[in-house]
Each structure stands twice: as structure tokens, then as C-alpha cells.
Design a protein around this ligand. Sequence first.
Ligand code: SF4
Ligand code: SF4
Length: 165
Amino acid sequence: MTNRCETCKGLCCRYFCFQIDEPDDYDEFEDIRWYLFHEGVSVHIDEDGDWFIQITNPCKALDENHRCTVYEDRPLICRGYSTENCELLDEDYGYQEEFTTPEQLAVYARKTLGEETYEKEMIKHRAKAHGLSKKEMRDHMVRVGLLHPSRTDKPKKKGKKKKNK
Ligand code: SF4
Ligand code: SF4
């Protein structure tokens, strides 16, 4: 333990974080949106473009004085942690993006996939999950305010094609 750790409240022992796959379709964004509905969960994209999930949840080995009660037997990952760039310095980690709410992620997903693709996929997947047709799901989503009516498919215009003479 360094001097710095002696005055710290064990900030690095109050969460865990691991890399996740970068989402590249609607399904995968939905998985991450689900994570973000949970307390203490955030997701970020680091400066290299890698995606991470962070769960804020204190280690059970941390005592009321912010000390590790299993210091001699602490996991390897704790042994490798450096005070050089730790939370106590309160430095900007240079994340490209950080999502703390499902709404923030949905905005990013719409931007990444494109509004039209996002909404088509949303209707398709939800319709399948509920055994409805896409039209039934689209109508339902308009009714409950999840889709703007102007985004629904317009009926195809009927009319005779002019024959070339
Ligand atoms: S490594 Fe940094 S955040 Fe962790 S206990 Fe030491 S000073 Fe605090
Ligand atoms: S095992 Fe000890 S050093 Fe590792 S996270 Fe828990 S309290 Fe911190």
C-alpha cells in the first residue's frame, strides 16, 4: 500500500469494470441498454474505441476504514493496479463516450445505426418477441408514444401505371 492509498477511501475497490464487445447491430445495443437499466452500471468507450462495462459495487473485503481485509491474499488484478493513474487523481480518463442511462445509449445507437434502420429493427424484433406482425407492433408503438405517427409506413399509392405508347 502506498502513502496515497493510506489517505484514500478505497475508491478503486468500489467498482469493477471489464471489456465488452462493441455493439454493431440493434440486438447488441439492446443488450447494453438492458445493462444500463440496472443501478450502478455505466458503459464507456475508451480512447482506443474499446467498450467497457463498469459496475459500481464495493468489494466485500473492504472494511469500514477503507482498508483491504484480505491484503495478503488479494486477487491478482488488485496487485497489478497502479496508483499512477488511479481514481484518487480524479483525472479525465479521456473516454470517447460514457453512458450512464439507457436513454443516452439509445441516442447513440440511433446515430450509429441510422434512425430508419434503428426503428425498423426495433419494430421487427419487438414484433417477433410478442408474436405480432410488424404492422401490429408499429401501431402499438405509435399508440403508446414510442414511435411518432409520421414515421409509420405510408400506404402505397394505388393507381394505374401509364402505359408507354
Ligand atoms: S490505488 Fe488509488 S484509488 Fe485505489 S486505494 Fe490507492 S489511492 Fe485510492
Ligand atoms: S480485494 Fe482488497 S484490494 Fe482488492 S478490491 Fe477488494 S478491498 Fe480492494
